[in-house]
Design a protein around this ligand. Structure first.
Ligand code: C2G
Length: 128
């Protein structure tokens, strides 16, 4: 299982999902709701419904559920019988408390791409 906003889907997201998928046989993505994004101080370009539609089209993703809060992970792990929890290593250590419930894996982030980089680069192109 993994969680995230996955806005303006890019190859860094795909690399994460691809590597996460092979750690098990069914990948669930806890997709941040628009409301939870506000709590994370993130404003996504695509709505939750459209980010969900995009994620569900990815071959590595088997199921998408909403992420409404920081506190839902333990319940999700129990509810969905999660064996492995996976995140990019920008989160390294932040979810070690989940080790009591499942394996916790932090994967190296893909260097050179991010949703904020895309927005920044597009903004500078537009403004010359
Ligand atoms: N990611 C990556 N490489 C990048 C960009 C992102 O590996 N170049 C990974 C992140 O580490 C994360 C996932 O892709 O595991 C989704 O990234 P975001 O949509 O930015 O997710 P985030 O805002 O970190 O939300 O409860 C956890 C949060 O919802 C995580």
């Amino acid at each position: 299982m993994t969680y995230g906003t996955f806005d303006l889907l890019h190859w860094g997201h795909i690399n994460l999902l691809k590597r996460a998928r092979v750690l098990g046989d069914h990948l669930i993505v806890g997709l941040s709701s628009d409301e939870f994004n506000e709590i994370k101080n993130k404003k996504s370009y695509h709505s939750y419904e459209n980010r969900k539609l995009i994620l569900e089209a990815i071959r590595y993703v088997d199921q998408v559920i909403p992420e409404h809060s920081w506190e839902q992970k333990i319940d999700d792990i129990k509810k969905y019988n999660v064996d492995v929890f996976v995140m990019g290593d920008d989160w390294k250590g932040k979810f070690d408390f989940l080790k009591d419930y499942c394996e916790v894996v932090y994967l190296p982030r893909t260097v050179g791409i991010s949703t904020s980089k895309i927005k920044k680069d597009l903004f500078s192109v537009k403004n010359g």
